[in-house]
Design a protein around this ligand. Structure first.
Ligand code: GLC
Length: 557
């Protein structure tokens, strides 16, 4: 029996990076009016939920993840009036807007922090995570921030340090303080009242800090340890998040999806579904496979496709009886998925085939698909010739770390090519005119040269394009609803080339086989006995039991 699904389970979600989506002012950065002007592209992909990374007023040191005022739109994006127009225009197309809530930290220019940092006895003195120096005056602990250097920054006025999991300009909020939690719920509810359809909740697994701040075993030659290994998913965090759920989620027709780094598959029952704290969470175990389970960009490891498949299946299995998680391969923090997961396709010149293979998984595994802008075009990584041309603060700090770890400048740059967050943040490719149709001005970040062939206009006109395949898969979800609501069962576990699975309900079965390798592959024809081909990424002449390099097929029975 097909289960009763919520609207956000039946739809397709899309993530846009507003700074790089569509400029309408010629300033070289995207605007809200630009997003509104491109809603028809999203509608053509069956998108019903549009996640926008933060557009609140911000100094933009981490492209909006440093929020100065949660109740205002940053002027670079336009006005609140533009936002209301976006909501209305999206609504007219059946698309709900999903806001990004950044509540682990604020900008250091947020008035909350300005007040908190002004003295030890102001009304917001406890709103951030403050600590005294060690007796010798040095930082309270050896924790390293995500963007490099100590996670502690000195405040002259208080003669104390504040904690920042990310940049020095992103002080962590103190969730132990009830007024902070209330202020956060007020922000979220204000946006619910405005009519948004859901929230993606940023860096949420880091909000609970350990009771005692102490040095931890160093994980590198700098004597420091990644702060996330100390503050990630600390016991007690779920109490805060249940309160968030009661205060914000309950009673509203919205969905929540938490960014849940460091939540193991076994823990998912406490995080998603009816008894969990969110409707869904983004887990990152699969994205870490090519780095040997770490987040260190310059770790070169040999990894197996079966390990990637195992991580994907683990999540599917863990949430089977509870609800589900998003299916995603890209976002604004990740490399482009073809380079990341199917790297052999790049030198082989088969990136479109590889993008179609991943597209099949994205749109037919069990969960809400989250397409990231450009993924539907098969956009690949960017190779800028110098670190100076990158914008992302993490790219710069990782480059420096890689040099300190003994890599040459070329090797460090290659690590940046592979994993820089800017790979995903380059301007969207609309057509083959100057700057890919993104801006008439100077784009804030280099445009990927691939735009000349891989853009919405050209791919819309080409039946063999990645975009045409995405549209075919979207239509297929309508023709074969079992792809949306069916159970998920892996079919060829441990296979090094083929990822095969069945989606099944009482009446129908959809059988999916994807060749993740650059070589031809086979699977047991008995698995598709009596079934008919519904779609192949490489043509209707697909043979049962055989897959061409990167071919993706779905059979129905
Ligand atoms: C999340 C965001 C990332 C941001 C960080 C700090 O990981 O996805 O882009 O830099 O949080 O807010």
């Amino acid at each position: 029996m097909a289960e009763q699904l919520a609207w956000w389970q039946k739809t397709i979600a899309y993530e846009a990076y507003p700074k790089s989506f569509q400029d309408t002012k010629g300033a070289g950065t995207g605007t809200i009016a630009g997003i509104t002007s491109r809603l028809d592209h999203l509608a053509s992909l069956g998108v019903g939920a549009l996640w926008l990374t933060p557009m609140y007023k911000s100094p933009q040191k981490d492209n909006g993840y440093d929020v100065q005022d949660y109740y205002q739109i940053d002027p670079s994006y336009g006005t609140m009036g533009d936002f209301d127009e976006l909501l209305a225009q999206a609504d007219a197309r059946g698309i709900k807007i999903v806001m990004d809530l950044v509540f682990n930290h604020t900008s250091d220019e947020n008035p909350w922090f300005v007040e908190s940092s002004s003295s030890r006895d102001n009304a917001k003195a406890d709103w951030y995570v403050w600590a005294d120096p060690k007796p010798d005056g040095s930082v309270p602990t050896n924790w390293r921030s995500c963007f490099g250097g100590s996670a502690w920054e000195w405040c002259e006025a208080r003669q104390q340090y504040y904690l920042h999991t990310f940049g020095t300009y992103q002080p962590d909020l103190n969730w132990e303080c009830p007024e902070v939690r209330q202020a956060i719920y007020d922000v979220a509810n204000w946006w619910v009242a405005k009519g948004v359809g859901g929230f993606r909740i940023d860096a949420i697994t880091f909000i609970k800090k350990p009771a005692v701040f102490a040095d931890a075993e160093p994980d590198a030659g700098d004597g420091m340890v990644d702060v996330r290994s100390v503050t990630g998913n600390v016991p007690g965090i779920l109490d805060f998040l249940h309160e968030f759920k009661r205060q914000v989620r309950d009673g509203h027709d919205i969905f929540t999806v938490g960014e849940a780094n460091m939540v193991a598959a076994e823990e998912l029952p406490q995080w998603v579904g009816r008894d969990g704290v969110f409707d869904m969470v983004f887990g990152f175990e699969h994205t870490k496979v090519p780095l040997g389970g770490t987040e260190v960009w310059y770790h070169k490891v040999d990894w197996k496709k079966s390990t990637l498949v195992r991580e994907l299946v683990k999540t599917e299995d863990a949430v089977a009886g509870l609800g589900w998680c998003p299916v995603f391969f890209e976002n604004h923090d990740q490399p482009r998925s073809v380079d990341h997961f199917l790297p052999e396709a790049v030198p082989a010149g088969r990136t479109d085939d590889a993008a179609k293979a991943l597209g099949m998984l994205l749109l037919t595994m069990r969960g809400t698909p989250f397409i990231y802008q450009g993924e539907e075009l098969g956009v690949c990584n960017l190779h800028l010739p110098s670190i100076d041309l990158y914008n992302d603060p993490q790219s710069k700090s990782t480059y420096a770390e890689a040099l300190a770890a003994g890599l040459s400048e070329q090797e460090a740059l290659e690590a940046v090519w592979g994993y820089s967050r800017d790979n995903a943040r380059t301007p969207m490719h609309w057509d083959d005119t100057a700057n890919a149709g993104f801006t008439t001005g100077t784009p804030w970040l280099a445009v990927n040269e691939q735009y000349k062939t891989h853009n919405v206009a050209a791919e819309s006109a080409d039946p063999d394009s990645v975009l045409a395949w995405y549209r075919r898969l979207v239509a297929l979800r309508g023709e074969l609803p079992v792809l949306v609501d069916g159970d998920f069962t892996e079919l060829v576990p441990g296979d090094e080339q083929v990822f095969g699975y069945a989606r099944k309900d009482a009446e129908t079965e959809a059988l999916v086989f994807v060749n993740l390798s650059p070589e031809p592959a086979t699977y047991d024809t008995a698995l598709v006995a009596g079934a008919e081909l519904a779609a192949s990424s490489q043509g209707a002449d697909a043979q049962p039991g055989a897959l061409r390099p990167y071919e993706a097929v779905v059979y129905r029975r």
